[in-house]
Write a protein that binds this ligand. Structure first.
Ligand SMILES: N[C@@H](CCC(=O)N[C@@H](CS)C(=O)NCC(=O)O)C(=O)O
Length: 208
């Protein structure tokens, strides 16, 4: 049994959707922020950065980093067919885009939504946000070009990286504009979001 420490519409949504797609047994523990905007102090013993997601494994150990969870869970459940094997020619592409979204798009999303956290100077926030949006737009363009006809990142079959990408794309500063600009990204998002188990996880997370 996995325990997923989560918050609605946070980075835990993709992990929750993947756990469901894998048919894994899991429990969700929502870590909500208090009125002062911080997580309960007791949660810092589980994730010292106070972030979600955190995954507690069957042996009671703790895993942080959403992309690592996506890779780990999809590998652990090969019957779900959501990860190319280590020797597959598609493995490099799969890992490339998983890390691209984790280190590029996810971090730019955080700079856009929480610009004040990314400088010691309050006056920097507007510029940090503007640059994050610019970086994201460049990263969407690069991704759309590589996605080509898709419909998924690996071609015809959906994998864990599509679930991760769909969650992060849904946080874009202007989703209708992103979808209008890149029809292939819209198609990928819609194909992922239409899967019944993912739709259920998205709905619990109040995602579009
Ligand atoms: N690199 C981490 C980033 C996790 C992260 O920053 N999560 C956000 C929510 S999406 C968070 O919990 N931030 C702390 C907060 O908002 O209090 C990961 O991929 O898991």
């Amino acid at each position: 049994m996995f325990k997923l420490y989560a918050r609605p519409n946070a980075g835990s949504a993709a992990v929750e959707a993947l756990l469901a797609e894998c048919g894994a047994a899991f429990e969700i523990i929502d870590i909500l922020r208090g009125p002062d905007g911080t997580v309960p102090r007791s949660y810092l013993h589980i994730n010292p950065r106070g972030e979600v997601p955190t995954l507690r494994l069957a042996d009671n150990s703790i895993m942080t980093e959403s992309a690592a969870m996506m890779i780990y869970l999809a590998d652990l459940h090969p019957a779900a067919g959501l990860a190319p094997s280590v020797t597959s020619p598609l493995r490099a592409r799969y890992l490339r885009w998983m890390l691209y979204f984790a280190t590029g798009v996810y971090m730019a999303d955080l700079r856009m939504y929480f610009p004040a956290r990314h400088s010691t100077e309050a006056g920097h926030a507007d510029a940090i946000k503007a640059k994050a949006i610019e970086d994201m737009e460049r990263d969407y363009d690069i991704f759309a070009e590589a996605l080509s006809e898709g419909p998924f990142i690996l071609g015809q079959s959906m994998s864990a990286v599509d679930i991760y990408a769909a969650m992060l794309l849904s946080w874009a500063p202007d989703v209708p504009q992103l979808f209008a600009r890149h029809g292939n990204i819209k198609r990928l998002y819609e194909r992922v979001a239409a899967r019944p188990l993912i739709a259920k996880a998205w709905a619990r997370n109040k995602m579009p």
